[in-house]
Ligand binder design. Structure first.
Ligand SMILES: CC(C)(COP(=O)(O)OP(=O)(O)OC[C@H]1O[C@@H](n2cnc3c(N)ncnc32)[C@H](O)[C@@H]1OP(=O)(O)O)[C@@H](O)C(=O)NCCC(=O)NCCS
Length: 163
């Protein structure tokens, strides 16, 4: 975690600030893939990183309501000035910890085949990536899918008294 960064759970009202940086941070129009519902309904499992109150990064993710073993990361971004500092890794590790604590053993995500940075980042985070899947999200919307196994959370050891 870089110095000067604070991470907290997201709030519903973070939506406006996050959607406002997406096209800039992605370097292309991408904000249409992030709608308000993700912050309204998944803020508790999503994370925001700030530096002196400025948005430095975020992870929008949730525990699958339909697949009890799975968690899903919908969107993640790190401000250009904070990239390659380990912030994306830190945010993912925090999300994995939450997912494990809720008994989730699989994390999934997707990206566009052209987003080679995202593919490298996810592979470095232990995800297996697919080949591009044609029309995955509808006509012309090809996607690469990612899947990562999470080891189950260790049960708490009962405290041992010292002699
Ligand atoms: C993808 C993204 C979130 C990565 O965030 P980050 O904070 O820069 O990532 P980290 O510093 O934690 O990098 C972790 C590892 O991922 C890999 N990685 C990250 N960026 C990379 C790049 N540009 N090229 C190659 N590998 C990269 C490296 O293995 C890196 O470890 P290292 O720096 O020790 O070599 C960031 O580049 C970003 O916001 N991109 C624009 C938005 C986007 O495409 N989001 C993902 C799709 S939803």
């Amino acid at each position: 975690m870089p110095d000067g960064i604070e991470v907290r759970s997201a709030r519903p009202d973070d939506f406006d600030r996050i959607v406002g940086v997406v096209d800039d941070w992605w370097g292309r129009p991408a904000s249409r893939d992030l709608t308000r519902l993700f912050l309204s309904h998944f803020f508790a499992t999503s994370l925001v990183a700030e530096a002196d109150g400025d948005l430095a990064g975020f992870v929008i993710g949730f525990l699958s309501p339909s697949e009890p073993d799975e968690a899903y990361i919908h969107f993640t971004g790190v401000a250009p000035r904070w990239r390659r500092t380990g912030l994306g890794r830190d945010l993912y590790e925090r999300f994995f910890t939450t997912a494990r604590a809720h008994g989730r053993t699989t994390v999934r995500a997707i990206t566009s085949p052209r987003n080679t940075t995202s593919i490298r980042f996810h592979e470095s985070m232990g995800f297996t990536s697919s080949e591009p899947i044609r029309d995955y999200d509808g006509p012309t919307l090809d996607r690469v899918t990612f899947v990562r196994h999470l080891d189950p959370a260790q049960p708490r050891q009962p405290g041992r008294s010292t002699p």
